[in-house]
Design a protein around this ligand. Sequence first.
Ligand code: ADP
Ligand code: MG
Length: 791
Amino acid sequence: PVNRTPEMQEERLKLPILAEEQVIMEAVAEHPIVIVCGETGSGKTTQVPQFLYEAGYSSDNSIIGITEPRRVAAVAMSQRVAKEMNLSQRVVSYQIRYEGNVTEETRIKFMTDGVLLKEIQKDFLLQRYRVVLIDEAHERSVYTDILIGLLSRIVSLRAKRHVPLKLLIMSATLRVEDFTCNQRLFPQPPPVIKVESRQFPVTVHFNKRTPLEDYSSECFRKVCKIHRMLPAGGILVFLTGQAEVHALCRRLRRAFPHPRRRPPEKEDQEDSVEEMRKFKKSRTRAKKAQAATLPQISLDNYSVLPAGEGDQDREAEMDEEEEAALGSDLDLDLGDDGADGGEQPDASLPLHVLPLYSLLAPEKQAQVFQPPPEGTRLCVVATNVAETSLTIPGIKYVVDCGKVKKRHYDRVTGVSSFRVSWVSQASADQRAGRAGRTEPGHCYSPKVSMAPSVLDISRKRNHSCKRLQGSPPMRHVSVLQSFPAESGPVVGLGRAIFCAAVHLSVINFPFPTPPSVEALIAAEELLVALGALEAPQKTESMKQLQRSRLSCPITALGRTMAMFPVAPRYAKMLALSRQHGCLPYAITIVAAMTVRELFEELDRPAASNEELTKLKDKRARVAQMKRIWAGQGASLKLGDIMVLLGAVGACEYSGCSPQFCETNGLRYKAMLEIRRLRGQLTTAVNTVCPEAGLFVDPKMQPPSESQVTYLRQIVVAGLGDHLARRVQSEDLLDDKWKNAYKTPLLDDPVFIHPSSVLFKELPEFVVYQEIVETTKMYMKGVSAVEVQWIP
Ligand code: ADP
Ligand code: MG
């Protein structure tokens, strides 16, 4: 029995999915696998787990598990469901990679795909679970696909043992053919339940003029217009990244400050008269605008109207109005980003501005769900996380920059880059739809053809795979060239496939959408090269070779590696570290390499001169600390990997305090993640080799010189395919090759990233963790290597 508050009960009843409770629960009772589709906001994530709980699917100590593609969603949804059910977070809990609040009492557990995948590795039958829900299945990733593939097998195994497992797949789109028409995946097509959406109409307004190049400024202008002209209702802005989100938040807060944040000072008094006048004027205008914008909307669902087909008149009115109202302010501002470009603060119209992006601390994320302070308007500036995973209450206006930033990963060259491109039409519709949850809404969007952009990456590929010029013959380099790395959208392809390979052969794996054979072969080659899978038999014909290739059996080393919850190349590093007391160091290195962004971003734009000075000081301090951590001689050659080791060591020595992190430019959250992963990896290593008797030592001494030498070999064993050689003098004809490195797969020069301790050292050979393309192609996580190590 669930004791919900009457208010909560009332709120729930508004959700369209409540009407489908019986249909859904009957389908679940009768079928092992059920698909539920419904618009974002219809109540899938928050309600279906409650239906299952109330139907007794968590009795006998079993758990209802829900996977989310994003950590943000796992945390936020567990909190929301606990609140709705009036239960503690000890019962409705979450687990993300290194963090969670799961207890013995947990009955509903939200987690990321990766967490469930890891549990499958430990207990293939997932015996603690009676139901597993795969949420946001429209956001397919390799992880989701592998999970669904594995779960299809687990469901049938559990059925054979008469302890059935129910699988629910939930999606915001109706395109579920991959699940319903894939005999290999689900021999019996599962029933699909469609939840009627109660979406209010959303009118989409396109720019009449060509949008500004600078889409952040364009969004700023639009938010100002909406806030000054249009009736109450929250504003949700979509931008592409964290830095942009912060910059726009700052600008908006400055333009519409909260009155209490600006106590009136003497010199301000004239201003306030002016502000009062402006306020009155804008109120009158807002009223007029309100009259002009009262819903002329009678569409069944939200529509995407091109400019000139219906909303032109109002658009024109708004343009004129707003130009009269704030033309001068905005003109000053055009094209000017960062510094506050002459926007006059207007304290009469406070705007409650909140950022929202994945890396934001959970308690800050939770703020967007709170009602804004009395008398203010909520404005959430978000990245893509707000597109489908989270529904923010009270949003009436969406301002869409029309763009999305995605990490692009080239499997052939191993280069990752962040690319900003136009969003797809489906994403644009999703974003617009966020405006119509509680009443009819409006979306402001640039007018573009939303065709997916075609990425031109051909120039960088060098399919002939030339050998490094002038380098000694390095046979194994050419063998390793076709490695996929473990980053980017194929994050964990290696690891995921590995997990698949442990239980089922890769070629026969029931993928919802199989990856290309090329990708599978590449992943398998990585595993073979790392010694995790047996090398394929040498055979005469190509065909035989192909066949034997995708079915290599796992080796003993592979089984050991699979125990470690990290990508295969890191698992290999751990597996090699048993000698010379290297394990604690290898664990720390692997933990630190696996956690993204150990150091704070210090190249961000500063809001004031004061902040700029602070940033500069900090940058100098961090650079100095990095040099200290890297040390000299052999340890400096270990380069950025040594810095990781030193940073983690020093931070733990200090008790891992937020102050230590703050002073030294380390991300506190990352340090906590590393600490947790160290614990986890230490436990894993102790399971594999109990005689190691490892523990996490907060006062770990730095490695000895000989240990550093072993560590360098271990790093090369994991990153050996990521080798680069400094260009030789004969290549220096062109200036663009100055201080450049050459890798086997790229025609273009790559460089050591300026944040690296080896930036000035320029060793002849280096291995790197990843290549990221910004203005140039940069290697990050760099270590020097000596070629004679290469057999
Ligand atoms: P779906 O999974 O179908 O997209 P959700 O279950 O996430 O839908 O959300 C259903 C509704 O619950 C949303 O429309 C929103 O109004 C409300 N909601 C969700 N999370 C919160 C929260 N943290 N605070 C307040 N309301 C919330
Ligand atoms: Mg959802």
